[in-house]
Design a binder for this molecule. Structure first.
Ligand SMILES: Cc1cc2nc3c(=O)[nH]c(=O)nc-3n(C[C@H](O)[C@H](O)[C@H](O)COP(=O)(O)O)c2cc1C
Length: 207
C-alpha cells in the first residue's frame, strides 16, 4: 500500500516538508509506504482549458515541461494522497494550485475514490481558507477526505520552525493514523464493498 504525498512548497526542506515527514513516519510505523514528490522551484503552467487530456483521452497534460505529468504518472500506483502547501496571502501557493489542478483533470480517474488529505502550512493566518481550497478537488472526486483531531494545519515561518508547533505535529500523526485505518479497514475479510455509483450526469448551468 502506498500513499503519494505532494510537497507544494518551493522550499524543499521547509515546514510543508517537515509536516509531510511527520505523516510519512507515522504511516511507516503503520506499515504503509509513502512517496513524496516536491514540485520544485522551476516555472509551472496553469490549466489552459484545452481539455485534450480528457477529450483525446491522453490521461496526461499536453504540457510536458514541468512536474505535473511526473505526478500524473505516479497516480495509478497510489492508494491515497496527502497534499501539502504553504499559505500565501491566505491561499495555497500559486505554483501548487497550478500543478494540482492540472493533475486532477488529467489524472482524474486515478484520483477518484481514493482517501485524500490536505495540509495547510502558515506563519499566522489564512490557513483554514487555504485548507478548504485544497480539499475542494477531493470533495468532487468522491475521495474520502481524511481528517484529524483538528484541521490539518501546521504553524511555522522559518524552515523547520513548525516542529515547535507540538499540537500541529500531533495533528499530523493523528491524520496519518486515521488514513492508515481507512486504508487497511476495507482489506479485512468482513469489509463491506463500496456501493457502485451512478454514471455522472454533467449539467452546465446555462439556462
Ligand atoms: C508570498 C508569501 C505569502 C505568505 N502569506 C502568508 C499568509 O497569508 N499567512 C501566513 O500565515 N503566512 C504566510 N506566509 C508565510 C508562509 O506560509 C510560511 O513561512 C510557511 O511556513 C511556508 O511554508 P514552507 O516552509 O513549506 O515553504 C507567506 C509567505 C510567502 C513567501
Amino acid at each position: 500500500m502506498k500513499v503519494l504525498m505532494i510537497n507544494g512548497s518551493p522550499r524543499a526542506n521547509g515546514n510543508t516538508a517537515r509536516a509531510l515527514k511527520e505523516v510519512a513516519d507515522t504511516l511507516a510505523a503503520e506499515g504503509i509506504e509513502t512517496d513524496t514528490v516536491w514540485i520544485g522551484k522551476k516555472p509551472v503552467r496553469g490549466c489552459v482549458a484545452c481539455w485534450q487530456c480528457m477529450n483525446k483521452e491522453l490521461g496526461r497534460c499536453v504540457f510536458d515541461d514541468d512536474v505535473a505529468n511526473r505526478i500524473v504518472e505516479k497516480l495509478p500506483e497510489a492508494d491515497a494522497f496527502v497534499v501539502g502547501a504553504p499559505v500565501y496571502y491566505g491561499q495555497p501557493n500559486g505554483a501548487f494550485m497550478a500543478v494540482w489542478q492540472r493533475v486532477c483533470v488529467a489524472g482524474r480517474k486515478h484520483v477518484e475514490c481514493k482517501p485524500a488529505a490536505s495540509i495547510a502550512v502558515c506563519r499566522r493566518g489564512g490557513s483554514t481558507a487555504a485548507y478548504q481550497c485544497m480539499n475542494m478537488p477531493f470533495e468532487m472526486l468522491n475521495c474520502p477526505v481524511v481528517t484529524s483531531q483538528y484541521w490539518n494545519i501546521v504553524f511555522g515561518r522559518e524552515e523547520g520552525e513548525c516542529e515547535k508547533d507540538t499540537e500541529g505535529m500531533q495533528t499530523m500523526r493523528t491524520l496519518a493514523r486515521t488514513m492508515a485505518w481507512l486504508l487497511t479497514n476495507p482489506k479485512r475479510p468482513d469489509a463491506v464493498p463500496c456501493t457502485p455509483q451512478e454514471p455522472c450526469q454533467p449539467m452546465h448551468f446555462i439556462r
